[in-house]
Design a binder for this molecule. Structure first.
Ligand code: SF4
Length: 428
C-alpha cells in the first residue's frame, strides 16, 4: 500500500523545520507520498507546541479534530507530547515525544507493517534532535537550517528546557554540508534556527568555535545571505553583535527581552538588566545601520506592577525596535512561575497591557518603515504575488515586505531604493 502523509505544525520555526525534515524522511526513506490535504492522508503528523496555554489547547484541538475528521493514523510529537502527554489521552494516536524524534519515522513505519526503509542519507547524525534529512524546502526562496536545540537556561516561566532538553549544537561540518546543499539548490537566503543560537558550539567546542565563527564559515560558501532567528539576550554580549556584522548577515534580529523591569527580569531568571538590553540595542544599531529589531514581551508576569509595565514600554520604545510579539503570561505546568499564584495579575489588567503593547508595536512597525524611505536595501524576491499589481512580493534584509521591481523574478536578489509605493504597509 502506498502511504500518503500530511503534516501540521504548531508553534515556532524550529517546529516547522522539524516537521519538514520528518516528512522528507518519510518520503525519501519509505517512499511515502506527501499530500497537501489531510483528507487524502493515511498518516498525519502533528508537531505540537506547549509554550503557552493557548498553544497547548490549539494542539489538543487540532489532534482531536483530525482524529474525528479523518481515518488516518495520527502521530503526535513535539513539546506537548513531551511534557503533557495526557492532553491526548482521549484520542487514539501514536504519541512520540521530542526525545523519540530520531526513531519517529522508523517507529511509525513499523507500526504500519512496512519493510525497513532505506538507510539514512546522512550517516553519523550526532543526536536525536537533528533529523536525518536536510530540510531543503521550507519556501522556494528561503531555507531553514537548524544548528542548535534545547536550552541550558532556566527561565522561571518557560517549559522549553523540559520539552527540548539541554543545549546541543549541530557540528559545524554537518551545518556546512547542509548549507552548501541549500546554496546548490538555489536558495538565496538561509535562516539559522535554534532555541538558543547564542549558545551555539558551547557543548562541542569549549569556547573555541561559536556562532560568529559559524556565520563566517557559512558566508564563505557564498550564494546566499544569512538571517538569524531569535537570539536570547541571556549571554548575548555587545562584542558578539559586533562580531556578527559581516556583509551578508541580514540587518534584522529578534531579541526577546520579555520585560523592561529589572525586578521582573530577576524574578524571571533572565540574568540581564534593562540597561544591558539598551547597550545591545545601541550596539546593534551601530553595527548594522538600518537594523530592524523584533522583540518578545511577556505581559502580566506574576507581580508585574504598573511601574514595571511602564519600564517595559520605555525599554521597547528604543528606535531600533521595529515590532513586538506580545504574550500574556501563561502559567506552564511544573515551572516556578506557575506556582506564584498569590502574585497573579487580574486578567483584565493583562489584556489592557497587552493591547497597549500591540498598539505600540503597530506604531513602531510603521515608524520603522517610514524611517527607511529613500534608503537602499537588498531584496529577496519571493514566490508570493502582490495581487493589486501582479508583481512578486520581496523581503528586504531588514525585514520590510516590498513589491519587487518590474521584471524581477522569483528567487532573485535585487537592490532597491525604497519608495513609499514599494512598501507593503499592511503586511507583517
Ligand atoms: S532562554 Fe528561552 S528557551 Fe531557554 S529557558 Fe529562557 S525563555 Fe526558555
Amino acid at each position: 500500500m502506498l502511504h500518503r502523509i500530511w503534516g501540521y505544525t504548531l508553534g515556532c520555526r524550529l517546529n516547522a523545520y522539524e516537521t519538514e525534515a520528518i516528512l522528507e524522511e518519510f518520503r525519501l526513506r519509505y517512499g511515502m507520498e506527501r499530500v497537501s490535504d489531510p483528507a487524502l492522508a493515511t498518516v498525519i503528523l502533528v508537531n505540537t507546541c506547549a509554550v503557552t496555554g493557548r498553544s497547548t489547547a490549539r494542539s489538543r484541538k487540532a489532534v482531536r479534530s483530525l482524529c474525528r475528521r479523518t481515518g488516518a493514523m495520527v502521530v503526535v510529537t513535539g513539546c506537548v507530547a513531551q511534557v503533557i502527554p495526557e492532553e491526548f489521552s482521549e484520542n487514539e494516536v501514536l504519541l512520540l515525544p521530542n526525545t523519540s524524534k530520531s526513531i519517529l519515522v522508523d517507529t511509525v513505519a513499523e507500526s504500519l507493517g512496512m519493510e525497513p526503509g532505506a538507510d539514512r542519507e546522512a550517516p553519523g547524525m550526532p543526536d536525536a534532535i537533528f533529523p536525518a534529512c536536510a530540510p531543503e524546502v521550507m519556501s522556494r526562496t528561503r531555507a531553514f537550517l537548524k544548528v542548535q536545540d534545547g536550552c541550558d537556561n532556566r527561565c522561571s516561566y518557560c517549559i522549553v528546557p523540559s520539552a527540548r532538553g539541554p543545549s546541543r549544537s549541530q557540528p559545524r561540518e554537518i551545518v556546512l554540508v547542509h548549507a552548501a546543499r541549500m546554496a546548490e539548490a538555489g536558495f538565496r537566503e538561509i535562516l539559522l534556527t535554534g532555541v538558543d543560537l547564542v549558545g551555539y558550539g558551547k557543548d562541542l567546542y569549549d569556547g573555541d568555535y561559536g556562532l560568529i565563527d559559524l556565520v563566517r564559515d557559512l558566508l564563505a560558501i557564498g550564494g546566499f545571505r544569512l538571517r538569524l532567528s531569535s537570539m536570547e539576550p541571556i549571554g548575548l554580549k555587545a562584542e558578539m553583535l559586533e562580531g556578527l556584522a559581516y556583509p551578508g548577515v541580514c540587518r534584522h534580529l529578534h531579541i526577546p527581552v520579555q520585560s523592561g523591569s529589572d525586578r521582573i527580569l530577576d524574578s524571571m531568571g533572565r540574568k540581564y538588566t534593562a540597561a544591558d538590553i539598551r547597550v545591545l540595542f545601541d550596539t546593534a544599531s551601530k553595527s548594522f545601520p538600518g537594523i530592524g529589531i523584533g522583540s518578545d514581551i511577556i505581559v502580566g508576569y506574576p507581580g508585574e506592577t504598573e511601574e514595571d509595565f511602564r519600564m517595559t514600554l520605555e525599554l521597547v520604545s528604543h528606535p531600533a525596535v521595529a515590532y513586538l510579539h506580545v504574550f500574556p503570561f501563561s502559567p506552564r505546568p511544573g515551572t516556578p512561575a506557575a506556582s506564584m499564584k498569590e502574585l497573579m495579575i487580574h486578567p483584565e489588567t493583562v489584556t489592557g497591557r497587552a493591547r497597549k503593547l500591540r498598539s505600540l508595536s503597530l506604531r513602531k512597525r510603521k515608524a520603522f518603515r517610514e524611517s527607511q524611505l529613500g534608503a537602499e536595501a537588498t531584496v529577496l524576491v519571493e514566490s508570493r504575488i502582490h495581487e493589486p499589481t501582479g508583481r512578486y512580493i520581496g523581503m528586504t534584509d531588514n525585514y520590510i515586505p516590498v513589491i519587487s521591481p518590474v521584471g524581477s523574478g522569483e528567487g532573485e536578489m535585487v537592490r532597491m531604493v525604497l519608495a513609499r509605493d514599494d512598501i507593503c504597509w499592511d503586511r507583517r
